[in-house]
Design a protein. Structure first.
Length: 99
């Protein structure tokens, strides 16, 4: 026979653990990127940097944005792919961006 105090303590511990659990991301996982061919940069007076292809969330699924050369000025030189982040209001898509 189980001690009522032990049962109550176990029940309280289970509730506390459930409250601490991180909510699982309800969106589909980000697919792997297909192989990408990076062509030669165009000849311009403006320095360019390759912006890799990346997935973007389109509200109901992912869209593949092709890689391209973009002006090197106006952003950092480290590329951050898009990702899902949990916030107080739920999950939010953080688009790919330069850092």
């Amino acid at each position: 026979m189980t001690n009522p105090r032990v049962a109550a303590a176990l029940g309280a511990a289970c509730l506390a653990l459930a409250a601490c659990a991180v909510e699982a991301n309800p969106y589909p996982p980000i697919p792997p990127l297909p192989p990408e061919a990076m062509g030669k940069p165009p000849v311009t007076a403006t320095p360019l940097i390759w912006q890799p292809e990346h997935w973007d969330w389109a509200g109901g699924g992912y869209t593949l944005v092709p890689g391209e050369y973009v002006p090197a000025t106006g952003h950092g030189n480290m590329w951050m792919p898009g990702y899902w982040a949990q916030s107080p209001g739920g999950w939010a898509w953080q688009p790919a961006h330069w850092m």
